[in-house]
Design a binder for this molecule. Sequence first.
Ligand code: FPP
Length: 247
Amino acid sequence: MGENLQEEKAKQPPSREHLPRHIGFIMDGNGRWARQRGLPREMGHKSGAEAFRRIVRYCQEIGIPTITAYAFSTENWKRPKHEVDALMDLLGEYLADLSRFQKENVRLLVLGDVAPLREDLRASIIRAEEGSRNNTGMTVNIALNYGGRDEIVHAARKLAEACLRGEMAPEDIDEAALSGSLYTAGQPDPDVIIRPSGEMRLSNFLSWQSAYAELIFMRVLWPDFTPQHLNYALHQYAGRSRRFGGV
Ligand code: FPP
């Protein structure tokens, strides 16, 4: 932690062969950013959504194939209704803009249990996912009403149902079968998870998929997160030696 953006490392990303294939972002610190400015928390989320758009564009520019952003957790329903509504409005606005996904060649996927979401949001999700399915520039996953444990429970249920239907036997359930039943089925695991705002935990984000992810914690609050912060984090990632249990 304690990133120094004056360093050369913040100016350019590492070379392409050292870049991760999949980055997870825990977009934390919006509330504190707003409080520091005497603004309502909703303004922090609005500014956080702008930071997200900026980072998506930059990731595409430098050649990151997949990112996943934690936008709303299964626990976030505990927040005041006006804050939840404001977050859903921001997400709705983003998801409804299918023409931008087409223009930017972005494939959009929502990870999470969408059943309890507002009708208009569910409709935008289906439209965005189906409309952007064949885009090849980059995959953007939005974790929305997402919880890592909840995802594993859903996957276990799917596999149990397949067993009951006689399509598979319990002994066929292995890591590949479980991975293939998650919201991220078919996607590479995140190589790195970046969490700004000084908190050092994963908070139920990509619990299964993060088994070998490098974790990078930074002090900056998410609304202030810039491409320079990402460059800094990517150099940290590139400098780590990943052994996946080997030597
Ligand atoms: C955590 O910060 C952030 C969230 C719960 C919401 C993240 C959502 C966005 C950045 C907007 C998403 C929009 C798009 C378009 C993807 P916090 O509120 O817990 O901050 P705090 O810890 O400082 O209170």
